[in-house]
Design a protein around this ligand. Sequence first.
Ligand code: TXA
Ligand code: MG
Length: 324
Amino acid sequence: MSPTNPRILPYGTAAIAEAAALIRAGECVAVPTETVYGLAADATESRAVAGIYAAKGRPSFNPLIVHVPDLAAAERIALFDDAARDLATRFWPGPLTLVLPVRPDAGIAALVTAGLDTIAIRVPRHRAMQALLKASGKPLAAPSANASGSISPTRAEHVAKSLAGRIPLVIDDGATPAGVESTIVMGSSILRPGPLTRDQLFPGESRGPRSRDESLSDPGPRLSPGNSQGITAPGQLDSHYAPSKPVRLNATDARDGEYFIGFGPITGNETLSPSGDLTEAAANLFDALHRADASDALAIAVAPIPETGIGVAINDRLRRAAHR
Ligand code: TXA
Ligand code: MG
């Protein structure tokens, strides 16, 4: 593969046909979803899935999310109880990932689940991922389309830069609308906060489902022996989203040499949302971090973000970005 790869093709019939042919040939292809760009491969072929891990440089104990076109396809792969089916009916297609027992006869490559007896599965809403699922006829394993440990991609250019020379094709359909990865739910626990908030998922619960901290003490799947963090979803590894520079949070003004990302009334080199809109801020978050990382500044500072609604997901990603 030449270092000028990947090719970037605009979303359309030709791009989807080419991407589906690559998927069927066991290659991986970057494709937008409503959350971030994913690096998709045939989830039923272990060699194709190995290609994802190789392109990302991802540790192989970190399991992947499987994308399917609809609930019926999901039920052929995972075992749903009533609560899971209720969430799926309410929020699919959309930015919700359910962790459920995997059907032993589902035909999913063991590398996808990293040996767990559960599987993370979702039905995406984005037209490009939906079209690729239908054209390829395969369930698609797809983590975020970035080199392991770096910032998630919300634009085709982010993918091309992060995975240059490692993948053949990116389908470009502009900036992803939500901007942070899907909310991951297992039972009544939120394993990873995302675009769908606790209140939306579990309305009417007096206290809401257990928080991430509490869910960490669950006797969840053991993903690596001796892992002191008791990780239920390995995306909770602290350094998962780190830019290459130090990140300072809850900053009210810039210090020398910092690229300052503002929010609401706090302005900076740029702002996540001048009006203080959290949905807009989520959509801009990774793009801003990519620009800050690429700038001449030595460090990054970010204004305080309210811990409400999708702000919970934004602060989760920012804490990981700040952890070194
Ligand atoms: O929005 C998204 O979810 C994006 C787009 C591309 O769909 N995908 C994404 O995938 O963020 P990835 O691989 O970056 O994150 C998958 C997360 C990881 O935190 C992983 O550990 C967790 O899902 N996961 C996968 N299988 C799991 C399982 N069986 N139990 C618990 N967590 C699981
Ligand atoms: Mg990721």
